[in-house]
Design a protein around this ligand. Structure first.
Ligand code: PLP
Length: 470
């Protein structure tokens, strides 16, 4: 059951601050120089030169006093530590899985899973694969397929569960696949690469039933399971009086396993796990774990990290926390829309995505409008964001730039790290940036790597005189 309704409208941060980390104000001139020295790549800027860091919500959460206390209890024994058993008990009670395998982060769990179930000729569907998931599938020789509903691909189309799987496309794939060609189907909750959009319980249930009818395992990519559970409570009929914890239990119990990056809804700075129901799979996974991560009772983590995850998983399902979390993302989105920013709507659980291509129509996709917006947000206010567009997904073919489908800029909000006034400051900066948008220039690439180029790419502005009618 949930708490009675609150008599007040203001949704406050449901915590007070015990430890602080100073952030540094720089001048616009300094930031101009820093940008030039960083070759206009946000990943090259030192964190000490950032005022508000919205680069990612992964591993950037503030931990609670209970988590720090748990860290002190950490038992770092190589084998059979108490911390592992506390972690295992917590994850089992949340997920209902029999076998819990700790890993140093989400992609390590993915690597182990797809090393066992992937391989040449296999096809692995998902609503939308996150980039490390896709990469781990492809490295195994298998094919990764994205089958999100059509609404999930249109930034402006409003749908309460834009992360849902397209069940008819999935059924078609399962019907036409060769026997054992689809060993498992993944479902990413919330759908990060699709704008942090949630998946409904009905869709999780129907996907699970469909997979099981065809003898295919159904796995969750559960990084943001608590945010997804809260969206179900808010938006899905029949769940208003369920607690986020009950909803999370129901989601996990519809699946055969999960990969988890605890750096998101585990509320920790490092860690993850692979959860499994099948003993044979667990045995194979543990063998691989020993090879790359460590002994099965620590799996690439210290005992103290396991303690922090166990505590974080309890705290993240607190309804007051989730209400504040989802509302603060929504609040930022509402103000950006009021200013005039075109966004992916409705906003997701962990981030706001601006459609930079629509905002800056005078900058062609080949000149990186997303990059232009990231640069402006930093220069005007010291805000670091990330381009999810042509730098990340475009590529070179025969010396020609082949642009990505969209040029988005993501403002990912770290959990429990910033307050309302930080968000209000971001809104004020965004207002100035919006007013100046017609003066922004595009960029050209001066250096890039052949794969995952966005991390190390170097840029130079393309100076041109803009037409006044823009
Ligand atoms: C949906 C999703 N899956 C997997 C991962 C990979 O997790 P990690 O960064 O812990 O390896 C991420 C990280 O951002 C993610 O968002």
């Amino acid at each position: 059951m949930t708490d009675p309704p609150d008599p007040y409208h203001t949704i406050i941060e449901p915590f007070k601050i015990k430890t602080i980390e100073p952030i540094r104000l720089t001048s616009r001139e300094e930031r101009h120089t820093i940008l030039r020295q960083a070759r206009y790549n946000m990943f090259n800027i030192h964190a000490r030169d950032i005022l508000i860091d919205f680069l990612t919500d992964s591993g950037t959460a503030a931990m609670s006093s209970e988590q720090w206390a748990a860290i002190m209890r950490g038992d770092n024994a190589y084998a059979g530590s108490d911390s592992f058993y506390r972690f295992e008990t917590e994850v089992k009670s949340l997920t209902g899985y029999q076998y819990i395998i700790p890993t140093h982060q989400g992609r390590a769990a993915e690597h182990i899973l797809f090393s066992i179930l992937g391989g040449p000729g296999k096809i692995i569907p998902n609503n939308t694969h996150f980039d490390t998931t896709r990469a781990n599938i492809e490295v195994s020789g298998a094919q990764a397929r994205d089958l999100v509903i059509p609404e999930g691909k249109h930034p402006k189309e409003r749908h309460p569960f834009k992360g849902n799987m397209d069940l008819s496309k999935l059924e078609h794939l399962l019907q036409t696949a060769k026997p054992d060609q689809v060993p498992l189907c993944m479902m990413t909750i919330t759908n990060n690469s699709g704008g942090g959009q949630p998946v409904s319980m009905q869709n999780i249930r129907e996907t699970s039933e469909l997979c099981h009818r065809y003898g295919v395992l159904f796995f969750l990519d559960a990084c943001r399971f608590a945010e997804n559970a809260y969206f179900i409570k808010l938006r899905e009929r029949g769940y208003q009086n369920h607690s986020p914890s009950d909803i999370a239990h129901e989601m996990f119990r519809l699946s055969d396993g999960c990969t988890m990056s605890a750096k998101k809804d585990g509320l920790v700075n490092i860690g993850g796990f692979l959860g499994l129901q099948d003993e044979g799979l667990a045995q194979q996974a543990r063998n691989l774990l020993i090879l790359t991560e460590g002994f099965p009772t620590y799996g690439g983590l210290a005992g103290r990290d396991l303690e922090a995850i166990a505590q974080g998983l309890r705290e993240v399902l607190d309804e007051h926390y989730l209400k504040y979390r989802i509302r603060s993302v929504e609040y930022l989105a509402e103000h950006l829309i009021r200013i005039g920013y075109p966004l992916v709507e409705p906003p997701g659980g962990h981030a706001v995505y601006i459609d930079a291509r629509a905002l800056l129509p005078h900058i062609p996709p080949t000149q990186f409008p997303g990059q232009a917006l990231c640069t402006a947000l930093y220069e005007y206010g010291g805000i670091r964001t990330v381009e999810i567009g042509n730098a990340m997904f475009g590529y070179l073919k025969d010396g020609q730039e082949i642009p990505s489908d969209m040029d988005l800029v993501r403002l990912a909000i770290p959990r429990r790290a910033y307050t309302q006034s930080h968000i209000d400051y971001v809104i004020e900066v965004a207002e100035r940036v919006f007013q100046a948008r017609r003066t922004f220039q595009g960029f050209k690439v001066i250096r890039q790597a052949p794969i995952l180029r966005h991390f190390t790419m170097e840029f130079e502005p393309v100076y041109r005189i803009y037409e006044t009618r823009l």
